[in-house]
Design a binder for this molecule. Sequence first.
Ligand code: KG4
Ligand code: ZN
Length: 372
Amino acid sequence: MAELSTQGGAAPRGLVLGIESSCDETGVALFDPASGRVVAEALHSQIALHAPYGGVVPELASRDHIRYGLRLTDEVLRRAGATAHSVQAIAYTQGPGLAGALLVGAQLAASLAFAWGKPVIAVHHMEGHLLSPLLADPAPKFPFVALLVSGGHTQLMRVDGVGHYELLGDTIDDAAGEAFDKSAKLLGLAYPGGPLLAKLAESGDATAFAIPRPLLHSGDLNFSFAGLKTAVANEVRRLTGTELPARGAVSAPQPVLPDTHPRRADLAASVQAAIVESLVSKSIAALKQTGLRQIVVAGGVGANARLREALTAGAARGGARVFYPPVALCTDNGAMIAHIGALRLAEARCDYAVNARPRWPLTELAAATSAF
Ligand code: KG4
Ligand code: ZN
């Protein structure tokens, strides 16, 4: 993302500092409401830390956020040529996410804000994702449909303004990112599996395996991905010649496809095709149902190239346009939190209680009373 050059100029003023620490990425950014631009940002990914465990270890995540939160804050201030005086408010992710990880960001925001005499703004992580396409050029205009696809969410929303969200459809079980990650694990891929599965799928035949698309013709806008993981598990058992344990027997461990298996790429491509078809079909149905002509894709799975291709083509057939944030904005980052802080500046409070909301439905958010 472009950063404004501040070299040689006076220290900037009126910036919003954003701190993201909900899961396995520490992200910090400075946003300038006057120009509507990200001034500086820094990100530290914990992927290498959690990889040996095959998933995020909450305690390790919290400890790492402690290590990097202040370091990245200093880094963005330095890059922007900014000081504490440049900051008018501090936005942080209050939820949803891992409780311990959220508490680290909330504590950092409260401590800095208290020390600097600035107010804080509690931000909803998914609202950060939802409105991140507004940071791209070209940006969508309200109202639009949003497909929110991350490791924990798969939702279709009607977005009429900041805080005006109507839930159109939701997953009834697993999230799309979870389906990617769980399938990737069965294919013997490392954490986080989504991008690795997508890479493997590039050389595979997407029609090779019949992976189910539950709820595809349900007539509503809901999703279901749990059956997909079971289908992949069964295919892996078949391909590795592992029998299902007999009824009542002690269950055998789930086999994983070895990385030398010749059908691995085909299975990856088939799984990806099933997830993408479900997401695209319901997204197109949401456009039809609302009569809107713009759809934005937000959240980590939005980085998936096949999803982008298929959704762009499907939407174009109905005369609609798809907006994607740049890939770096799709996954967790500080810029999307600083951006929401700027949109919700009127909610800034000198209240330094440290609160995390690990569970927090997006539809509980109030409308913003001001926007920059
Ligand atoms: O939004 P995000 O960074 O974190 C959450 O808030 O959950 O999303 C992470 C999810 C993971 O499930 C990851 O595997 C998935 O996004 N993901 C992808 C791709 N890049 C990230 N899934 C499929 N294809 C990708 N290229
Ligand atoms: Zn996220």
